[in-house]
Design a protein around this ligand. Structure first.
Ligand code: HEM
Length: 412
């Protein structure tokens, strides 16, 4: 059995560069049973066709009640801190028909048009953040830029008043810092966020505005509305799903550009000419090349099934490794090369099937605006440390840098 000689997974070296290990798995053990750092046993799916099929397979449930070990009850799967709260009923934890109903309702509120109208605000936020450190000539792009941008953006969209947004920054900071670590602080932050959101929803119900929370309250489907708990869970998952992912898109994306001067120059010149085509394909390529979501969120087999020739038992967890599938040489030409102009790029960075990322239009807007503004305003942006010194976060699902120290000369 080939799996016995599999490379070590989930070590520090692996976190710094998981791609060689994923290449080995794709070739020798494309559906691989492993023990995760939490002790939970799970299948890793690494080839593109298997990954795509698994993401859309209705026999793989998102609901942790289907896990044979019921590890969710022990806090080993799912979002930290969500267990005791009513936040469980969110899109990433449910299956049809509940998923279909909730997703339809939220889609009526969180429309591509609402996101498009938000573009000037994202530009303004991006510039404001750059203003806050530009004069210094150096910054940590994760803490001072990539991290606050999506938090303020989502808070603005939801309609969280400006004076409360720094609370969200603190709570989110706690969640990202301790993502896989101590549960106490994270659980407290989640609890505070939930209490705040419930109160806000209550207040907005009395006086609806044109923000996303008001739209969630207003949204109806065949006369059906979201309950206050459902609206709170929805606002929470928008924050949760849209936050660390976007931090990592900006962080991993900027890092990849800084390490490839030729590609960076192409993009910088194109942005300088006011073009948007290359910027759009660049963000897709960065999502493919080193995307924010390394492994798709949990799935559990509701009946025995076969993936890539391996038998998966009822109740087994299946983790689709998006980062591995998106480097599959059977699907992508020169998969380990960053090619910002890549056109044939059906990457799985936003998932696939009914759980396909609901926030993709917002993520694209934030990613494109952040990169274009950075390259324009800090044209000589460069890494301020040796790449060897950079540390990656150790979480299971996400892939992202802890810090990204840079230096530059700012222009207005
Ligand atoms: C789902 C990636 C940003 C909201 C997903 C999934 C992926 C993903 C891979 C599917 C997970 C699975 O099937 O297990 C990303 C990436 C982002 C990003 C790479 C940034 C670059 C956002 C933003 C929001 C958001 C900004 C909202 C504000 C959601 C929601 C779901 C989701 C609500 C669940 C959809 C469902 O289950 O029907 N995302 N996401 N995401 N994403 Fe995103």
């Amino acid at each position: 059995m080939t799996d016995a000689s599999a490379p070590a997974l989930f070590t520090w070296e692996f976190a710094a560069d998981p791609y060689p290990a994923y290449a080995w798995l794709r070739e020798h053990a494309p559906v691989h049973r492993t023990t995760l750092p939490s002790g939970v046993e799970a299948w890793l799916v690494t080839r593109y066709p298997d990954a795509r099929q698994a993401l859309a397979d209705a026999r793989l449930s998102k609901n942790p009640v289907h896990h044979s070990e019921r590890a969710h009850a022990k806090g080993k799967v799912g979002i930290p801190g969500e267990r005791s709260a009513d936040l469980m009923t969110h899109l990433l934890n449910i299956d049809p028909p509940d998923h279909t109903r909730l997703r339809r309702l939220v889609s009526k509120a969180f429309t591509p048009r609402r996101v498009a109208e938000f573009a000037p605000r994202v530009t303004e936020l991006t510039n404001r953040l750059i203003d806050s450190f530009a004069a210094r000539g150096e910054a940590d792009l994760i803490h001072e830029f990539a991290f606050p941008l999506p938090i303020y953006a989502i808070c603005d969209l939801l309609g969280v008043p400006a004076e409360d947004q720094d609370d969200f920054r603190d709570w989110a900071g706690m969640m990202i810092r301790h993502g896989g670590g101590p549960r106490g602080g994270v659980a407290r932050s989640v609890k505070k966020m939930r209490a705040y959101l419930l109160e806000l929803i209550h207040r907005k119900r009395a006086q609806l505005g044109d923000d996303l929370i008001s739209a969630l309250i207003r949204a109806s489907d065949h006369g059906e509305h979201l309950t206050e708990n459902e609206a709170a869970a929805m606002a929470f998952i928008l924050l949760f799903a849209g936050f660390e992912t976007t931090v990592n898109l900006i962080g991993n994306g900027t890092y990849a550009l800084l390490r490839d001067p030729g590609q960076r120059r192409l993009l910088q010149d194109s942005v300088g000419r006011g073009e948007t085509d290359l910027l759009a394909t660049a963000v897709e390529e960065l999502l493919r090349y080193d995307g924010p979501v390394e492994l798709a969120t949990w799935r559990f087999a509701t009946e025995p099934l076969t993936i890539g020739g391996r038998s998966i038992g009822t109740g087994d967890p299946v983790l689709v490794v998006l980062a591995a599938a998106d480097r599959d040489p059977e699907r992508f030409a020169g998969p380990d090369t960053l090619d910002l102009a890549r056109r044939d790029n059906p990457h799985l960075g936003f998932g696939h099937g009914i759980h396909y990322c609901l926030g993709a239009p917002l993520a694209r807007l934030e990613g494109q605006t952040a990169l274009a503004t950075l390259l324009t305003r800090l044209p000589d942006l460069q890494l301020a440390v040796d790449p060897e010194e950079l540390r990656w976060r150790g979480g299971l699902i996400m892939r992202g840098l802890r810090t990204l120290p840079v230096s530059f000369t700012a222009v207005r």
